[in-house]
Design a protein around this ligand. Structure first.
Ligand code: MN
Length: 200
């Protein structure tokens, strides 16, 4: 069961920049909805596995991404706000920002523009791309794109047509069945070990 995080400050702590009424609605109604619905989806997934009825799996996976990513991004958002007491990037983070964006002002401009230009509903994020050892700014439309933010991929299967069409045509399940034979669990095991105790 996923539990709601406690806000690290009172509901009126972000006034006047973020009103108590806005935060109340955002935390107690909207965010709560994402957490509740993530739990509901997990229950439905458990039931689907138990009854071996996977007919609704596409909808359940979509819901998991939508509600789960909604919950995770709201937690990160609430947690990276606080009362208007000046704080600043650490020396290390500032060095990285300057390295990757040119200057703090350039970072701020890009982040502001990217946020303002998110198409319809979405998010703006500063992210650390471990693979590239680099900071990037990302826009996120809606909030899921069928992922869970912050998750670590353990086992990856390419479902783009180029990966199977030449050989399996439209028979995706056959391609997936074949894949199980060539999957190297040693690598998955290693990724699992590397990530499972890394809580943050
Ligand atoms: Mn929100």
């Amino acid at each position: 069961m996923l539990k709601m995080i406690n806000l690290p400050y009172p509901l009126n702590a972000l006034e006047p920049y973020y009103s108590k009424e806005t935060l109340d609605l955002h935390y107690n109604v909207l965010y709560k909805g994402y957490v509740d619905n993530t739990n509901k989806t997990e229950e439905q997934l458990t039931k689907a596995r138990e009854t071996n009825d996977l007919s609704n799996i596409k909808c359940l996976e979509k819901n998991l991404s939508f509600f789960g990513s909604g919950a995770i991004l709201h937690e990160l958002f609430f947690e990276n706000m606080g009362p208007a007491i000046p704080t600043s990037p650490s020396v290390e983070l500032m060095e990285q920002i300057i390295k990757d964006f040119g200057s703090f002002e350039k970072f701020k401009s890009q982040f502001t523009a990217a946020g303002a230009q998110v198409e319809a509903s979405g998010w703006c994020l500063l992210v650390w791309v471990q693979k590239w050892n680099k900071l990037e700014i990302l826009q996120c439309e809606k909030h899921q794109d069928l992922t869970l933010w912050g998750c670590k991929p353990l086992l990856v299967l390419d479902m783009w047509e180029h990966s199977y069409y030449l050989q399996y045509k439209t028979k995706r399940p056959e391609y997936i069945n074949a894949f199980w034979n060539i999957l190297n669990w040693n690598v998955v095991n290693k990724r699992f070990l590397e990530n499972k105790d890394n809580k943050k």
